[in-house]
Design a protein around this ligand. Structure first.
Ligand SMILES: NC(=O)c1ccc[n+]([C@@H]2O[C@H](COP(=O)([O-])OP(=O)(O)OC[C@H]3O[C@@H](n4cnc5c(N)ncnc54)[C@H](O)[C@@H]3O)[C@@H](O)[C@H]2O)c1
Length: 247
């Protein structure tokens, strides 16, 4: 029997790479869609800029011809930009909304028809706790991540009668190389130890003072696409060590 195809956007590094590896172990053909080549070998890579309709269409046509239709879509790719609102550049706003929100829309729309035809599909969005709460200087990121949760509910409603579930994960701070670099900068800037930076800056809103690991996010993805989660749809699950509890 042909392996089920899981497309993971932004799987060249960080959280997406961990998800791709987990799903591969579980027997899926994991496919990476990204604008940069993977940092590790082993996951089939297709260049795709998720913010561009033509790029998404071309990448999916290629995946379908080479591996078959998509069963699982993980909308994970992303980027960040910080600025006070009065200086926030319009081009940065458009880029973040384009990748985080329009990209999630374009990729979900692209695979939806095939999921509907096969009467089965799983879409998981890696949103953020910033899909539910705000932090200063993150206007575009917070807006886009809130938008992803709304979009997921709409697709969940439209997909339900076709065996398609759509859920979102809302992590707090996840332990990635990028995150560790930010910790390092803050250590130098404020003359603090690593633990002080974590507790005073990054984990100040968490009651469990630990970063989420990429493997923990991947494990929740695995659960959400498993038969045990077939009655969960339209949900946004926090993975934050208690930050944003109850929202
Ligand atoms: N790291 C965290 O602490 C954290 C917390 C909450 C949510 N998230 C979310 O998790 C997701 C993954 O983050 P990460 O920390 O692994 O980041 P990362 O930078 O390691 O990976 C993001 C990937 O997205 C790719 N990408 C960027 N623009 C793209 C585009 N237009 N088309 C296709 N791919 C593109 C990048 O090339 C990169 O490989 C993001 O959506 C992020 O917002 C991360």
């Amino acid at each position: 029997m042909a392996k089920k195809v899981a497309i993971i956007t932004g799987a060249s590094s960080g959280i997406g790479l961990a998800i791709a590896k987990h799903l591969q172990v579980e027997g899926y053909t994991s496919i990476c869609w990204d604008i940069k080549a993977p940092t590790e070998p082993g996951i089939p890579f297709y260049h795709c800029d998720v913010s561009q309709e033509a790029s998404v269409k071309a990448a999916y046509a290629k995946v379908k011809a080479e591996h078959g239709a998509c069963t699982v879509l993980i909308n994970n790719c992303g980027l960040q930009f910080l600025s006070p609102i009065e200086d926030f550049p319009t081009d940065k706003w458009n880029t973040l909304i384009g990748v985080l929100l329009t990209g999630t829309f374009l990729c979900s729309r692209e695979v939806f028809t095939d999921m509907k035809a096969s009467k089965f599909g799983r879409i998981v969005n890696i949103s953020s706790i910033h899909g539910k709460v705000a932090s200063p200087f993150k206007a575009a990121y917070v807006s886009a991540k809130h938008g992803v949760l709304g979009l997921a509910k709409v697709i969940a409603l439209e997909g339900a009668e076709h065996g398609i579930t759509v859920n979102s994960i809302c992590p707090g701070f996840v332990d990635t190389p990028l995150m560790r670099n930010q910790v390092k900068s803050q250590m130098e800037l404020n003359n603090l130890s690593e633990q002080e930076v974590l507790n005073k800056i990054f984990l100040k809103d968490q009651c469990i003072k630990e970063l989420t690991s990429v493997d923990q996010v991947a494990s929740l993805v695995s659960y959400l696409i498993s038969p045990g989660a077939s009655n969960i749809t339209g949900e946004a699950l926090n993975m934050t060590g208690g930050w944003g509890m109850g929202v």
